[in-house]
Design a protein around this ligand. Structure first.
Ligand SMILES: Cc1ncc(COP(=O)(O)O)c(C=O)c1O
Length: 399
């Protein structure tokens, strides 16, 4: 089955409350089985172009974990993107999509030794790390490879902080890079991640300044790094305001100009920014009930089969929601939950939906292209959403 997209709706970015190119109104009568993730690859191309325009000297390596659908990866290969991988499995996905192993950044800082060995044999030469144990593993399994150290940076304005688990201090990074040199590895670069969906445009300049301190320290040891990798974290538009990419990029460019010397290779590892707004997750209402605390809506998608990030944030994160007929009755606050027998698949509290919402109707979850299908499991037997794609002109198909 294919859905003909009717292009009558205004471009999505004109509607601050629905930042997604695919609007429910543009889908016509929606007849596909749900849950289904609809993805418009022309949005990915537009976001990629916007990044390139604002950071022209920076290579873009897409974080595969965000949405590894073959169509997404192939679209990014066609745009000339590189890739950031977290495992050998992701390397296989990149290869199958026609991506290049040689330029792939294996940025997961602690990797199974077997994955390092097989990735190295498959042509991967760029490996991130943040501890001594990993350096020994890299020296043994990927001799002579280019290694880059991950700094721990302030991520307190991010919806998904990462510094608890990843990164090290500047002093320790210096010590580790000197050890890497002694182990015969190629001391190549420095990276950081300000946390995903970062709402603070100053986070990147502050982190780059920290890299500058490391560059100075290393210079005293006769080392000049070749690569600065500014990671990901660039926010996509959901319901709450976030800085525009232009503002973030201006801060990054200024911070790069302040470095004691600028490493010749600049890289970013965006995930969410490129793909979130390309996607709409369409779910069906499987039940509506009045409970002690008000109306509850049960969908055929929940925390375990696609909306894990809503659960990770305790339901405090607002995704844009629409229904087939939003004007049918007044909007009232609903608790929106999933289909499983576990209460922790509940996604939203106080979500405004029409009071007459009924079983069988659709709920459209906007900006759902990132970290949805890639997290989805088969808990209770409920399958992850299928994905359908359009390039913005064609009908939605499986591709
Ligand atoms: C090492 C690394 N790079 C890049 C990304 C992508 O981050 P985002 O989707 O916030 O841009 C992640 C996400 O967790 C990551 O772990």
């Amino acid at each position: 089955m294919s859905t003909q997209i009717v292009h009558t709706a205004p471009p999505a970015h004109l509607d601050a409350h629905w930042p997604v190119a695919l609007t429910p109104g543009s889908l016509g009568p929606f007849g596909h089985p749900t849950p289904v993730l609809l993805c418009d690859t022309s949005v990915i191309a537009a976001r990629y172009a916007a990044m390139q325009a604002c950071l022209p000297d920076t290579a873009i390596s897409y974080a595969v974990k965000c949405n590894p659908a073959p169509t997404v990866l192939r679209s990014l290969v066609a745009l000339g993107a590189g890739f950031e991988i977290a495992s050998l499995f992701e390397l296989e996905m990149v290869r199958s999509a026609g991506g290049d192993a040689g330029s792939a950044l294996y940025s997961n800082t602690v990797k199974p030794a077997g994955h390092i060995r097989d990735a190295y044999q498959g042509g991967v030469r760029l490996f991130g790390f943040d501890g001594e144990g990993e350096l020994h593993k890299l020296a043994a399994n990927a001799p002579g490879s280019k290694v880059y150290v991950r700094l721990r940076v302030n991520d307190n304005q991010s919806l998904f902080p990462l510094s608890e688990k990843f990164g090290t201090s500047v002093d320790e990074a210096c010590r580790l890079l000197l050890l890497a040199r002694d182990l015969g590895l190629d001391v190549y670069g420095v990276t950081f991640h300000v946390g995903s969906q970062c709402a603070d445009a100053t986070a990147w300049p502050r982190a780059i300044a920290q890299c500058g301190v490391l560059l100075r320290l290393l210079k005293r040891h006769g080392i000049g790094l070749e690569m600065l990798d500014i990671g990901g974290g660039f926010p996509a538009r959901y319901c709450d305001p976030v800085p525009e990419f232009e503002e973030i990029a201006a801060g990054i460019r200024a911070a790069l100009d302040r470095l004691p010397h600028r490493p010749p290779v600049l890289v970013a590892e965006p995930g969410r920014f490129l793909v979130a707004e390309s996607g709409v997750l369409v779910a069906t209402v499987i039940g509506v009930d009045d409970r002690r605390d008000g109306p509850w809506c049960y969908l055929d998608v929940g925390g375990y089969n696609g909306m894990m990030e809503a659960v990770q944030t305790g339901g405090r994160w607002r995704f844009p929601l629409r229904t087939d007929d939003p004007d049918s009755s007044p909007l009232v606050p609903f608790t929106v939950t999933g289909p499983t027998c576990d209460s922790s698949d509940t996604m939203f509290y106080g979500a405004l939906l029409p009071a007459d919402l009924a079983e069988g109707q659709h709920v459209y979850i906007g900006s759902a292209g990132a970290y949805t299908t890639s997290y989805a499991s088969h808990f209770n037997g409920f399958p992850p959403p299928r994905s359908l794609f359009t390039d913005g002109r064609s009908d939605l198909t499986e591709w």
